[in-house]
Design a protein. Structure first.
Lengths: 247, 411
């Protein structure tokens, strides 16, 4: 099997913050319904749509929605090196940063290390209202209380695609068989997904486009999630936490 | 009631008075134990930590009490390795304080992680690149060493000394204490350093990230130096406090002055190193990561004043006071030690809470965090545990060998 670098290109100008990607992600990955006392800061949102403003007054004010998930860092992956018991790793065949909930101590050091705030802790025991457990996705194991979780580019779907390819006697999966739930659900097609090493793929070409940027690029994490916008102030956000008023 | 257990050479208050002193602390311990149970039973949502403030009050206090507990390893180092014999007068107290600080920190850590029963995984699946692995190995080994160092102090009690086998064991163990002190020093050096390294290696947190030497960022060395500097101050401060509370003289002035001198010079060295490190971070490390250091200080309430207070008011000033106290004693000594301890607590606060508070993404906002009553109560329990263990140790063990001689002078 050829090594791959799965990644995304997200068109910020197309995103209007509907949140369909967040819902699709939660359903696909068996994220439990939030407890009554949960807040935006304690909930589990492996895909989270953030809001950014250009800081100008009306009529120059502008708004952008930034879908945020684990950026699948390729270099100096901050969460991997800090985990004391090897519960986090980068799959060399896919470039996907994995998380093993069964081995996680729940120390949350990886969360402190992640500059993208893309990791979430299970503060509660996962509970589904009676009957709702029948909606659970059998391909994905629910996580227990006290462990960290994150976006793994819908790993259950990758495994299903690999099983399908193996059954058909193929070494490589058909790219059409593996699309994360958020990319599938986005009504405007703002999220493109694929192998960044496949030069002919749409996602690899889009990642090299003139208006692309990556968040916190100077930190040197070589993230596999690229953003694209025709607006300069949005692209400037790739540089650092400066020059843009916080929304 | 318990006079048969108290050493012949010293005087202690009545048991009733001792029980009255312990009662409120036992109450605090009880409330804290209830809070800890709630966290273990229902989950860490009982605290006010969240996905941004993943480390809260407990980690900040853990780092602080471990830094203050460094007095144990550094006093052992000065006594057994540097042959500063005067410090024999406080080594017993230093060992008890170190044991209290480290065991309390470990107890809090056990509740602070989401899956405490998996703690042994760190030994089974260790990540050699993680500073937390280094912390875990060192803290558990050093706590064992402290326990071994504590045992001879316990075996010296009046009743236990009457058992010949214990007396022989204590004597044999006592001969090995310098070896354990050396091992403890090494472990504690690494442990203090790796706690600093925990934050210094966070490339994704440019406020904390530092360049360094080999595997270790500069914060690794700064944490060792600051803990070594403030440890003696904490020993000085606790000894002085116990003297005031009990109304007895426990150590001679030359011991205080030596602690003062060591603490003062090391603190001065630390302040210099910290200043150089800060300048390198402002001018090179932070800009390389795409951040201007002044941006970090635009977030209220963490203005540049915090840095100034840490380095000047709670760094340079106590260093100078301690050096003056080493010559003159008196208030300069006590104020210097108290300010130095406050300085290290502020430093640990900055490294933990401020690091997490500052947003890294351009569209993130500054967020507040207020610890829940459970977090506060759990910390209260650790404080109460410390007071109770120290009170028992002071009452029944010989923590200050000079006490007998000094009380004879008074009488």
């Amino acid at each position: 099997m050829k090594p791959k670098r799965y990644g995304m290109v997200i068109d910020v100008d197309r995103c209007y913050g509907c949140g369909a990607c967040m819902v699709a992600c939660a359903v696909e990955n068996n994220v439990p319904p939030p407890q009554s006392s949960a807040s935006a800061r304690t909930g589990i949102t492996p895909m989270r749509v953030s809001e950014a403003r250009n800081g100008k007054a009306f009529p120059e004010s502008e708004l952008a929605f930034i879908p945020m998930m684990c950026q699948q860092c390729g270099e100096h992956t901050p969460c991997v090196s800090v985990c004391p018991q090897l519960a986090v790793d980068v799959d060399p065949n896919t470039g996907i940063v994995s998380q093993i909930p069964e081995r996680c101590l729940g120390c949350r050091y990886c969360m402190a290390a992640c500059p993208y705030h893309a990791r979430y802790f299970n503060w509660w025991d996962p509970q589904w209202p009676a009957g709702m457990e029948r909606t659970l996705n059998p391909e994905v194991a629910p996580r227990m209380r006290g462990v960290v979780e994150k976006c793994r580019f819908c790993h259950g779907r990758l495994q299903a695609a690999q099983s399908k390819a193996a059954a058909a006697g193929h070494k490589d999966i058909d790219p059409a068989d593996y699309v994360p739930a958020c990319a599938e659900a986005c009504p405007t097609g703002a999220i493109q997904f694929g192998d960044l090493l496949d030069a002919g793929s749409d996602v690899a070409q889009a990642a090299k486009g003139p208006n692309t940027f990556r968040l916190l690029e100077k930190i040197g994490t070589d993230s596999h999630v690229h953003y694209v916008s025709k607006r300069e102030w949005v692209r400037d956000m790739g540089g650092a936490a400066k020059g843009v008023k916080h929304g | 009631m318990d006079s048969a257990l108290i050493a012949r050479s010293v005087r202690r208050c009545s048991f009733g008075r001792f029980a009255l002193w312990l009662a409120p602390w036992l109450g605090v311990l009880g409330v804290g134990a209830w809070a800890l149970w709630l966290c273990l039973r229902y989950g860490l949502y009982q605290t006010n930590m969240d996905n941004r403030y993943v480390f809260g009050l407990w980690i900040f206090l853990d780092l602080s009490i471990i830094a203050l507990g460094a007095g144990a390893f550094f006093t052992g180092f000065l006594l057994y390795v540097m042959k500063k014999r005067e410090l024999k007068a406080v080594i017993g107290s230093a060992v008890v304080l170190g044991f209290i600080c480290y065991s309390a920190a470990m107890a809090l850590l056990a509740v602070d992680v989401g899956q405490p029963l998996r703690a042994w995984f760190t030994y089974w699946h260790p990540n050699a690149h993680s500073m937390l692995t280094e912390v875990t190995f060192c803290i558990t080994c050093y706590l064992t060493v402290l326990l071994i160092e504590y045992v001879p102090v316990i075996l010296k009690t009046r009743k236990l000394r009457q058992i010949p086998a214990y007396a022989v064991f204590e004597w044999e163990l006592h001969k090995l204490v310098p070896v354990f002190a050396l091992i403890g020093t090494l472990l504690s050096f690494f442990h203090q350093g790796s706690l600093g390294g925990l934050f210094g290696v966070l490339r994704g947190r440019p406020f904390a990230f530092r360049e360094g030497f080999a595997l270790w960022p500069s914060t690794f060395f700064l944490f060792i130096l600051s803990a070594a500097a403030v440890g003696p101050s904490f020993i000085l401060l606790t000894t002085w406090t116990v003297e005031k509370l009990t109304g007895r003289r426990l150590v001679k002035d030359d011991v205080y002055r030596l602690l003062c001198k060591v603490s003062g010079w090391l603190l001065l060295t630390y302040v210099g190193a910290k200043a150089v490190d800060t300048m390198i971070w402002i001018n090179a490390t932070a800009p390389r990561a795409g951040f201007e250091a002044y941006n970090f200080y635009l977030q209220k309430p963490f203005g540049p004043g915090t840095l100034m207070v840490e380095v000047l008011l709670l760094g340079l000033l106590p260093a100078l006071l301690l050096l003056r106290g080493a010559k003159e004693g008196g208030l300069a000594m006590i104020n210097g030690a108290a300010l130095a301890c406050a300085g290290i607590v502020l430093n640990r606060f900055v490294m933990t809470i401020q690091t997490l508070a500052l947003p890294t993404l351009p569209f993130d906002r500054f967020l507040w965090y207020v610890p829940s009553w459970q977090e506060n109560a759990a910390f209260g329990a650790m404080l109460a545990y410390g007071v109770i263990v120290y009170s028992f140790s002071y009452r029944y063990l010989i923590l200050f060998p000079q006490e007998k001689e000094l009380s004879r002078h008074v009488s």
